[in-house]
Design a protein around this ligand. Structure first.
Ligand SMILES: [Zn+2]
Length: 148
């Protein structure tokens, strides 16, 4: 996938954001990242049939999982969501009948976000909402071969 095919950052409606916060319990940056990541996947796939996520299994990074479940309806309960622990990577492989899209959070973005969170520069809610507005590229996106 080349540069020109990169989608603009997707719109997250306030209704979706509210549903996510109601489900997850609080508004945090990684919850929002999960929403954006999944909405981005849906620009490439008509419907997501399953997702494999790599993340640390502790908050804040694991908060991503709830954002993904809300948007894709691939959940732990319906077993369409698989989670693999990774200390470094935050990524989602979104699968559909005809293609798979791998979306990886850029390390540069994660490093900056997490150092701001550590310094408590601003309330987490504000940090989360700011992600909806930033200009920089958050993800690397590629289409991957479907293994049969
Ligand atoms: Zn959270």
């Amino acid at each position: 996938m080349n540069e020109s095919e990169k989608p603009d950052s997707p719109k997250i409606s306030s209704k979706l954001l509210k549903r996510a916060v109601d489900f997850h319990g609080h508004l945090g940056p990684f919850l929002v990242l999960g929403l954006i990541m999944s909405k981005t996947a849906l620009k490439f796939l008509k419907k997501v049939s399953s997702v494999m996520v790599k993340t640390r299994l502790k908050p804040p990074r694991s908060c991503l999982l709830d954002g993904i479940q809300i948007v894709t309806q691939c959940t732990l309960g319906n077993t369409k969501l698989t989670v693999v622990e990774s200390q470094s990577e935050v990524s989602g492989e979104f699968r559909s009948d005809d293609k798979n899209i791998l979306i990886m959070c850029r390390k540069s973005f994660l490093d900056k976000l997490e150092s701001r969170m550590k310094r408590k520069d601003k309330p987490l809610e504000e940090e989360a909402l700011d992600i909806l507005k930033i200009d920089e590229e958050i993800f690397d996106i590629k289409e991957i071969e479907q293994k049969s």
